[in-house]
Design a protein around this ligand. Structure first.
Ligand SMILES: C[S@@+](CC[C@H](N)C(=O)[O-])C[C@H]1O[C@@H](n2cnc3c(N)ncnc32)[C@H](O)[C@@H]1O
Length: 494
């Protein structure tokens, strides 16, 4: 199935966006087809904004379309008090430490404000991780005496020397570490292992931001959203719960056009086996999955990231999966981890005809906690013939990017309908021909045989037609990527 859609042009920027009169607190007008939302905490998006706006490809988009690429800050995360916020000032007034260790600009601001409030008492040696942290402390009038050579807690643990006074006095070096409640324990445990005596206080926390109406409008209009953490993605989904499918696509960091295209194109041009008459029905086509099982994840990882497929997987399962779930054509288990927790989903049965693909899924499960792993069952089964399951067995039936691979996709959907409870749902995330871009579909048609032989996937199927022919009741159908990606929620209509 990989690569998932044919033209790797900048489709991310090409979905039309409604014109808006106000966004971001009413101060900025969103009136472009190309709207990028930057979702880090307020004030932390400037560097990425500057990089995007000076990016040559983005300039070209503006130049060729005459439409400006707009970049807006839309924080998904904000700061709140931590469990130890109230202990900070008393600790500063009453205790002395050899070191104060600060690891982020936020921690620096919280610490410095409390320090000023209690009358700027004498401090031990101040150590800062990262240039921005150092600068924030300096702005508040706090001298920084130690900065590790790399801006990581692990480097500070390795490089920070014991204080001379403590060595002279024959005692442990004392460290005060005001931290985020979300910070890992690398610094504290690392220093303790070296014999330091560390007091950590969780002086602030980061929580999902709750958006106002203008921010929701901005999110709705965004064609691209950049995320730097899973909690930001979660906050986006929570804020947009009412609107369901996120309108924006997700990227991590700066990877706007990732994916090893040269390698992929090289594979695509490998000449087809001329012996195949009907390439769709030829058993060698589905057998491809046995052969590509070990490279499958690696082959599509970047495409999925760049195209926001992960976000679509997460949204589909987050909003619609519940109870007992059957997933067919589950492959390497790319949806593992996107299913909601045990309070929503009791059991998930992953099935596929390829035992090799399922082996990769098992590997993923083996890295999960026992409780999580116990919710899953992994079984080799043909989606067109689920004879082990009675009628009406599952609350939710899932297929992601399987309709392109099954010999008879309509027969599979009919089988999914049979095993799904009358009040259950059938969730599909698929790719196929575009109904709105004929040129694109001709491209898919032209190269379909070669693509199927290389990847096992028939990428030019008419997904809407397949769903309608199976007699399922369409509850929701959204399309992405020029109409080639389908996000579908169905009812079995029994
Ligand atoms: C393109 S992969 C999709 C894998 C996964 N669902 C995902 O989202 O990445 C298609 C999968 O369908 C499986 N498959 C093909 N024919 C099948 C059938 N009749 N029954 C069950 N699985 C089948 C293949 O082995 C392959 O793992």
């Amino acid at each position: 199935m990989s690569p998932r859609s044919a033209p790797k042009t900048c489709h991310q920027f090409s979905q039309t966006t409604p014109e808006l009169s106000a966004a971001e607190g009413g101060s900025q007008v969103v009136s472009s087809r190309f709207v990028v939302a930057l979702t880090r905490e307020k004030g932390k998006n400037d560097k990425l904004r500057d990089l995007l706006l000076s990016n040559e490809r983005i300039r070209q988009i503006s130049a060729t379309t005459g439409d400006t690429v707009q970049v807006h800050e839309l924080p998904c995360i904000e700061h709140a008090d931590g469990p130890d916020t109230e202990k900070l000032s008393p600790t500063l007034s009453t205790s002395q430490f050899d070191y104060i260790v600060i690891t982020s600009p936020e921690a620096a601001s919280v610490f410095a404000s409390a320090w000023i409030e209690v009358g700027r008492p004498q401090l031990g040696t101040v150590a800062a991780v990262g240039k921005a942290t150092e600068e924030t402390l300096t702005e508040f009038g706090i001298d920084v005496a130690f900065v590790p050579s790399k801006a990581t807690a692990a480097t500070l643990v390795k490089e920070m020397p014991p204080s001379k006074i403590s060595v002279d006095e024959g005692r442990a070096t004392t460290v005060f570490y005001p931290a985020s409640a979300k910070a890992q324990d690398t610094l504290q445990t690392g220093l303790e292992e070296r014999g330091f005596n560390v007091l950590r206080l969780d002086t602030y926390d980061t929580v999902p931001a709750s958006w106002n109406a203008d921010q929701i409008l901005l999110a709705q209009s965004a064609t691209v959203a950049c995320f730097a953490s899973p909690s930001a993605v979660k906050a986006w989904l929570e804020n947009m719960a009412e609107f369901e499918t996120p309108r924006a696509l997700a990227y991590l960091g700066l990877q706007l056009y990732g994916g090893d295209r040269s390698k992929r194109q090289e594979r695509e041009t490998i000449s087809a086996d001329d012996g195949m008459k009907s390439y769709v029905a030829d058993p060698r086509r589905t057998d491809t999955f046995q052969k590509i099982a070990y490279s499958y994840d690696e082959g599509i990882e970047k495409d999925e990231l760049v195209m926001g497929i992960n976000l679509l997987r997460r949204a589909l399962l987050y909003f619609h999966a519940k109870g007992t779930v059957l997933e067919v054509g589950a492959g390497t288990g790319r949806n593992i981890g996107y299913y909601p927790g045990a309070s929503t989903i009791r059991k998930i049965v992953l099935t596929d005809t390829s035992d090799k693909m399922l082996l990769k899924a098992k590997e993923k499960l083996s890295k999960m906690s026992n409780d999580e792993r116990e919710r899953y069952e992994v079984i080799v089964a043909d989606a067109a013939n689920l004879q082990n399951y009675d009628d009406n067995s599952f609350d939710t039936v899932v297929d992601t990017f399987g309709l392109c691979s099954f010999d008879d996709p309509v027969a599979v959907l009919e089988e999914l309908k049979r095993v799904c409870k009358a009040d259950g749902k059938i969730l599909l995330l698929e790719h196929g021909r575009s109904r709105s871009f004929a040129g694109l579909s001709s491209y898919l048609d032209k190269h379909s045989e070669r693509h199927a032989k290389n990847w096992g996937c028939v990428w030019n199927r008419d997904i809407t037609n397949i769903v309608e022919s199976s007699g399922l009741e369409l509850e929701k159908l959204d399309t992405w990527h020029f109409g080639t990606t389908y996000y579908i929620v169905c009812r079995p209509s029994k």
